[in-house]
Design a protein around this ligand. Structure first.
Ligand SMILES: NC(=O)c1ccc[n+]([C@@H]2O[C@H](COP(=O)([O-])OP(=O)(O)OC[C@H]3O[C@@H](n4cnc5c(N)ncnc54)[C@H](OP(=O)(O)O)[C@@H]3O)[C@@H](O)[C@H]2O)c1
Length: 339
């Protein structure tokens, strides 16, 4: 057990259910280079410190190791199951309804839990790519968004809510045109949408759509994902934590620029899920959202540095014939279909 004091994680209310949602979570994607045991250890460190929200996914390949840590934390009396928020995600090659059910049950089994707090469809495409693949790799069966197929998967998620195996369901990597179709056709609406959100990529239109529809935006890569896989890096990418506005505000607060990105996330109304395996960073990330909020002027200054710089472009989910990664994101306001 960590010897230093436990911090009190702040909470927000989920509009759909009034559930209390820990306003910061620990990310668990090792970006193809951090081993599952190191991430499971980070989960233990984080929960001992006061984190109450863990962002998991089957494709991260570490749910079994995280499940062992969770079981141990419960057995040791560090935390009770009902005080944790555990998110899971369905991977792209498991969208077919029977496979989706099976994959959910496998995650539950691996995580050693009886229910999840949130289950997301990880990407809106049933397009598979193997871990650690190169940027040009294309699955021959990859297709653009198919709403009927997506809704068949969504019906499985709704049935998991009915069966009390999951408390909330949601989307990830969506666009307004796609999400509005899901909102229109869902029996149980998405409670959350996980999306890339950091000062240089604020996604205002999608963010506002979520807020207007009572959908909680969960912000992934909140620090600008400095450790993201090499395939996701380009020469045009900007670096949030080196932005002069962030650096100056960090100096005023006497903290690392990472803390300012997280203070901004919380002030903006999203739930950040920073990843770290370093005890010091795990702690300072939680501390950042527990104290010393930004002033209205500081928040406004960071609102003004959006660079529309998407870092997780998703190249590997493209279908044959697609032009480039922009095709995944419906940038002209309509869903991109086959050419
Ligand atoms: N839904 C999706 O499709 C999707 C996509 C991407 C990510 N995610 C989720 O979002 C989580 C976070 O995103 P991410 O991992 O891409 O990016 P991130 O949280 O923005 O960045 C993580 C990186 O920042 C470093 N870091 C963390 N705290 C720091 C601090 N206080 N000071 C300096 N450096 C710090 C970490 O290194 P150290 O380990 O050295 O601290 C790590 O390299 C993922 O783990 C995953 O759970 C979801």
């Amino acid at each position: 057990m960590s010897k230093t004091r436990t911090l009190q994680t702040p909470y927000i209310t989920v509009p759909q259910t009034q559930a209390q949602f820990p306003a910061i979570g620990l990310g668990t994607f090792g970006s193809d280079h951090v081993e599952p045991d190191a991430i499971a250890k980070a989960v233990r460190t984080a929960v001992e410190m006061g984190y109450r929200h863990i962002d998991c996914a089957s494709v991260y390949g570490n749910e079994k190791q995280i499940g062992e840590v969770l079981a141990q934390l419960f057995a040791d009396g560090v935390v009770k199951r009902e005080d944790l928020w555990i998110t899971g995600k369905l991977w792209n090659d498991k969208h077919e309804p029977d496979a989706a059910r099976e994959s959910f049950m496998q995650s539950l089994y691996d995580l050693q839990l009886e229910y999840l707090d949130l289950y997301l469809i990880h990407w809106p495409f049933p397009n598979y790519h193997p871990p650690k693949c190169s940027i040009d790799s294309r699955s021959p069966n990859a297709i653009p968004y198919d709403h009927q197929r997506y809704m068949a998967t969504w019906r499985v998620l709704e049935s998991l809510v009915d069966a009390k195996l999951v408390r909330h369901i949601g989307t990830s990597n969506m666009t307004v045109p796609k999400l509005s179709l899901v909102v229109r056709d869902a029996r149980i609406a998405p409670a959350c949408n996980e999306m890339e959100l950091h000062p240089h990529f604020q996604q205002r239109v999608l963010f506002d759509y979520c807020k207007q529809h009572g959908i909680v935006p969960i912000g992934y890569s909140p620090l600008g994902s400095p450790g993201r896989p090499e395939r996701d890096k380009t020469d045009h990418d900007t670096i949030d934590m080196e932005d002069p506005v962030i650096v100056a505000i960090a100096a005023d607060h006497g903290v690392h620029p990472a803390a300012i990105c997280l203070k901004w996330a919380v002030a903006n109304g999203q739930v950040p899920i920073p990843f770290s395996t370093k005890e010091q960073n795990i702690r300072s990330n939680l501390e950042a959202v527990c104290s010393d909020p930004l002033t209205a002027e500081e928040k406004a200054a960071i609102d003004g540095i959006d660079r529309n710089c998407r870092l997780i472009k998703g190249h590997v989910f493209l279908w044959e014939g697609a032009l480039d990664w922009h095709d995944l994101w419906d940038e002209d306001g309509s869903i991109t279909t086959l050419y």
